[in-house]
Ligand binder design. Sequence first.
Ligand code: C2E
Ligand code: MG
Ligand code: MG
Ligand code: MG
Length: 291
Amino acid sequence: AKRAGQTYRRWEPALDEQSSGHARLGAEMRVGLDTGQFRVVYQPIVAFPQGRVAAVEALVRWVHPHRGMVSPADFVPVAEQNGLIIELGTWIMRTACRQMARWRAELGADTPDKVSVNVSARQLVRPDFAATVADILAETGLPPRHLAVEVTETAVFEGGQAVTTLHELRKLGVRIALDDFGTGHSSLGLLQTVPVDILKVDKSFVDNVTEAGRHSVIAEALIRISTELGMTAVAEGVETAEQADALHRLGYTLLQGYHFSRPVAEPDFGPRSTATAGVTTAAVTDQGPPR
Ligand code: C2E
Ligand code: MG
Ligand code: MG
Ligand code: MG
């Protein structure tokens, strides 16, 4: 940055700080990958009101030796910028598939039907991505129908290789989930062009679903659209029993959120009493380092 006397122009130090901060974080991620600082935790997606865990979403965690728990909201964008997301994402996919295969071997019929893994745009645009997933499935022995990939609208709205990859994954038998649905560009238009099996209705439509008005109208429209199009809808970010009940009345049967469970290292797959789920699982949070 250019110095003007002793003082930086206002925006320069901020920019410098940001890019050197990113560079440092990137270098530390490299070390973190090599020394096993990353973890995968799993958040239940619950069949409501029965209480059975129908699926789990895999979510990455970074247990940094000095910074403590670093949020994926902070390091995933950096990993996308510096390209480390490819290696990290492959590690996450392998870890989640291996865990799911292990659960199936240990728990049999009590295992949730699917593990859902978040995938970045940078991964999707690689022509070898579907082959990488196929290798991981073969290596872990997980049947493809038990895997879903979660992609955002932003990652696929331009079409191209990202959408080609989705078709390839689907041909393998892997399911496609559209994450944070309703918050990106041209959400409804995408449903005409992108192969989608699971619609994850964004938390913003769940937050006010108990109040009459816009949000419940949109939540209601989205369950109808997904049903009509033969897709499965999942409501994200359910935090209260009232929201769960309101979503149930609208026709939602798959719910995910802190009301049922935080993401945890080893979820409890026993059927949860939907009345007490929030209480019994509140103690097992992902605030501290995962086991
Ligand atoms: P997402 O895929 O939409 O995941 C849902 C996020 O909401 C998770 O945050 C989850 O812990 C949080 N959440 C779940 N239920 C509730 C709730 O009831 N209330 C509130 N307030 N939050 C809830 P997390 O784990 O911090 O992840 C944030 C985002 O980072 C994810 O959003 C996803 O976009 C990205 N991410 C996480 N793990 C991965 C990964 O393995 N790979 C990639 N590429 N991205 C990931
Ligand atoms: Mg997700
Ligand atoms: Mg989501
Ligand atoms: Mg979200």
